[in-house]
Ligand binder design. Structure first.
Ligand code: FDA
Length: 284
């Protein structure tokens, strides 16, 4: 990010922890909740995975000192899942330990489908070792997710339900938006009815309306689930839901490795390309 008004700024809170904390304070002032994500993924060496782990440990300290809400999100390929499982489990434990001591909740993001099973396995390994300050994201686009939701509900683990941000082959995932949306609605009900404080993470008004009506019909209180959205997307809707008394958490990404995250956001909405082009033209 070259300048403060760079176009990536719409989706990324900044490159440094201090910038992320500043963005977090302004989000909290709007009565929104947050989860901070130190951007990074697909690291290739033990040293890089170790550096990311240390940076997360530092983030925990800075968050505690700053007094903002104690909630972080992370990706397992950032902690070495692509190097070997043991390295990744060790690194995740190095974060979950201090996070647990300081009352943090840690959410594991879900990456593309080659990582799904490993992510669930690592999650469950740590869950069985009594780390309970941790939950994960599951993607409605994948056929397997109904069964994964059932397992998480059995464990009593907290799930963030998302549509899925990655292009997946049809052997493993629905290809049409209508099918992904239908799956999202089925999974939302499964989570609201039998899950532990699920997070319904979407900007789609149809998904949000269906969640509110299902909760209303089934007498599921606003304190039993929350909505989540990404920093910079549908700010209007974020404010409306919070004003209606729903838990509304923003995912706040920051860090120098923002490019893959930014590209996924562009890919989700063709209109964003126009937004980027206008930004580029302004910078010339
Ligand atoms: P959909 O794509 O149908 O969009 C609905 C509406 O939202 C659009 O019409 C537009 O108004 C707005 N919108 C959506 N995306 C936008 C964008 N990029 N720019 C501007 N407007 C946009 N995925 C994943 O695979 N693993 C994960 O761990 C996570 N984690 C995660 C956390 C949180 C808090 C959220 C909200 C999302 C994720 N995602 C994710 C991303 C998710 O899978 C999905 O790609 C995006 O949320 C877009 O899907 P929607 O549900 O918003 O619906």
């Amino acid at each position: 990010m070259r300048s403060r008004d760079s176009f990536a700024r719409r989706f990324i809170a900044g490159e440094t922890i201090d910038e992320a904390i500043e963005a977090s304070r302004s989000i909290q002032a709007q009565r929104l909740q947050l989860t901070l994500d130190y951007l990074g993924e697909s690291v290739r060496t033990v040293e890089e995975a170790d550096a990311a782990t240390r940076e997360y440990a530092r983030l925990l300290d800075v968050i505690v000192a700053s007094g903002i809400e104690r909630n972080i999100s992370l990706k397992l390929t950032q902690l070495g899942a692509g190097i070997d499982r043991a390295t990744c489990v060790d690194n995740l434990r190095r974060i979950l330990e201090p996070a647990g001591r300081h009352g943090f909740f840690v959410r594991i993001d879900m990456e593309n489908s080659p990582w799904t099973q490993l992510t669930l396995d690592i999650f469950e390994t740590l869950w069985q070792q009594d780390y309970r300050n941790v939950g994960l994201a599951l993607q409605a686009a994948l056929y397997r997710t109904e069964q994964d939701v059932r397992r998480m509900n059995e464990l009593g683990a907290r799930v963030r339900l998302v549509k899925g941000a990655y292009k997946e082959p049809k052997a493993v995932a629905y290809q049409r938006k209508t099918d992904v949306d239908a799956a999202f609605l089925r999974l939302m009900k499964q989570l609201l009815d039998s899950g532990n404080y699920p997070a319904i993470a979407t900007h789609d008004p149809a998904m949000i309306d269906a969640t509110r009506s299902h909760a209303g019909q089934e007498g599921i209180g606003k304190d039993r689930f929350e909505f989540q959205m990404l920093y910079g997307i549908r700010r209007d809707l974020q404010g409306t839901l919070a004003a209606e008394g729903y838990g509304m958490r923003l995912y706040i990404p920051f860090g120098r490795e923002w490019f893959p995250y930014f590209m996924r956001r562009l890919g989700e909405r063709p209109a964003n390309l126009g937004f980027v082009m206008r930004g580029i033209l302004r910078e010339q």
